[in-house]
Design a protein around this ligand. Structure first.
Ligand code: UDX
Ligand code: UDX
Length: 475
């Protein structure tokens, strides 16, 4: 099973960076990334590397090195599936919005559609690799779809024949390239040793052999859901303690440092924030909840469901306390929102805590001036479902705006802060740690507040500038 040609279906946050790194590390393999979205493919092919559809530090250099040599982006699924020895399925698997399992189960329609395309166009022996996060035993579904073609034997003399592997992706957005280049582990689930070895050989080009784990296919599928559930659980745990710190006079950062130095707990992933976001955590936990209920394990389902419930409560908690500090009303008050992406170093806003918090503040009548170095005004408009004010789309002054409960995009922090009653930091972008608070304070309407939901600001500087200050988890 020598792999010379790879096809990846889905040129998203997972497929794009993963295939770029494989192409970079395996110059002998031709890698074709295909997608049904022509616009996305055009962006991947844009001669200006600043216009790639995904912002990830270091990704533009890799794409620049490999594109047109052994890395290609295209919408020609049929051709690239038929040429491939190995096909990665990396399409999105959103939570179902209707029907059985609505709001919890993963919608597998794109995975099924991809498997059917593979079944129709693949030739010879093909290894199909699940990259998307999937419910346990999805590989079986894929296998069944592929087997129909195997049995019919098509018009070819032999085959097609298939092996299905699970190879979940643990990359984290914003550090995708580093996570791919130096993974803690690579997980490969499957039952055919030859196919597992073929995929392992690719990773062995840059990953130490002892970091490549082999399991059965269902353990691999479940490990992905479990990893995300455990990580999200840590965030809900520390955020719950932040609320308790605020009530009792503790400081969550001190508590986190104290517990994190216990090597059994570990220091990472203990930063209290505005609530976890991103495309995976909520979706994967809801999936786990759905599976647990399906198998009659209601206590297990309730346990994990609590992680999501706490996260939602925590987001509302942040918006509620802002209303309280601003004298119980936000009507016609201007609030500068710094950061809309679900975390720093990404333009991704999926499930960002900023969405719920901004909606709450708008509902209370606030006029939000939203700044983010990477998230686009267009995307923010889609997420909020509210048209921005035309007048200040360029970030100009709010004095002309008299409307309640609205927002606009500010391209400069200073414009967002001009005449603002409060500044709310929602994403931990590096540039927010460099703010000159004396300059900002001069432009704000007094009494003015700074709300730091990410614990990134130097609070002495903010206080020194004459501003009121609140930080998450600081009693
Ligand atoms: C990934 C994983 O695949 C998902 O399971 C995980 O939980 C989150 O991360 P991601 O790469 O973030 O998904 O998704 P997205 O950026 O939406 O990319 C998916 C791409 O697949 C899109 O560009 C979409 O156009 C494409 N697609 C979808 C196809 O090419 N064919 C389809 O049939 C469906
Ligand atoms: C996550 C997993 O980390 C990754 O392994 C998996 O493949 C996909 O899902 P990602 O969603 O990119 O990655 O982001 P991550 O860094 O895990 O952060 C998720 C959310 O938790 C963000 O909103 C982040 O701000 C928040 N978070 C993270 C905290 O609030 N505090 C922390 O200490 C860490």
């Amino acid at each position: 099973m020598k792999i010379n040609n790879i096809c990846c279906i889905g040129a998203g946050y997972v497929g794009g960076p993963t295939m770029s790194v494989i192409a970079d590390r395996c110059p002998h393999i031709q890698v074709n990334v295909v997608d049904i979205n022509q616009e996305r493919i055009n962006s991947w092919n844009d001669s200006n590397l600043m216009n790639l559809p995904i912002y990830e530090p270091g990704l533009d250099q890799i794409v620049g090195r490999c594109r047109g040599k052994n890395l290609h982006f295209s919408t020609d699924l049929e051709r690239h599936i038929s040429q491939a020895d190995m096909i990665f399925i990396s399409v999105n698997t959103p939570t179902k919005t209707k029907g059985i399992g609505a709001g919890k189960a993963s919608d597998l329609k794109w995975v099924e559609a991809s498997a059917r395309k593979v079944a129709s166009f693949a030739r010879g022996h093909t290894i199909v690799v699940e990259k998307s996060t999937l419910p346990v035993r999805t590989a079986e579904v894929i296998q069944q779809i592929l087997q129909v073609e195997e049995r019919s034997g098509k018009k070819q003399e032999q085959g097609p024949t298939f092996d299905v592997l699970s190879n979940p992706e643990f990359l984290s957005e914003g550090s995708a390239v580093k996570d791919l280049e130096e993974p803690d582990r690579v997980l490969i689930g499957g039952d055919n040793d030859e196919a597992i070895e073929a995929l392992s050989r690719i990773y062995k080009k840059w990953v130490p052999e002892e970091n490549i784990l082999h399991t059965n296919i269902w353990s691999s599928e479940l490990a992905k859901l479990t990893a995300n559930a455990f990580l999200a659980q840590r965030i809900s745990s520390i955020n719950s303690i932040a609320a308790l710190c605020e009530a009792t006079g503790g400081d969550v950062r001190e508590v986190a440092r104290a517990i994190g130095s216990d090597s059994r707990i570990g220091a990472r992933f203990l930063d209290s924030g505005p609530g976890f976001g991103g495309s995976c955590f909520k979706k994967d936990i809801l999936n786990l909840v759905y599976l647990s209920r399906f198998f009659g394990l209601s206590e297990v389902a309730d346990f994990w469901g609590g992680v999501v419930t706490l996260n939602q409560w925590h987001q509302h908690r942040v918006s509620t306390l802002i209303v309280k500090k601003l004298f119980g009303t936000l009507a016609s008050k201007k609030i500068a929102v710094l950061g809309f992406a679900f975390k720093a170093n990404t333009n991704d806003t999926r499930e960002s805590a900023a969405i719920q918090i901004c909606k709450d503040l708008i509902d209370e009548g606030a006029i939000l001036f939203i700044h983010d170095p990477k998230a686009s005004p267009n995307q923010i408009e889609i997420d909020l479902g509210i048209k921005p004010l035309d007048k200040c789309i360029d970030g100009s002054n709010s004095k002309e705006t008299s409307k309640d409960g609205t927002w606009c995009f500010a391209s400069k922090i200073i414009d967002a802060a001009d005449q603002a009653d409060a500044i709310l930091v929602l994403t931990e972008w590096e540039e927010y740690t460099q703010i000159n608070w004396l300059e900002i304070a001069n432009r704000m309407r007094k009494p003015a507040w700074v709300f730091d939901s990410r614990s990134i600001l130097k609070y002495e500087e903010v206080i020194h500038a004459g501003l009121n200050f609140w930080r998450i988890g600081m009693g």
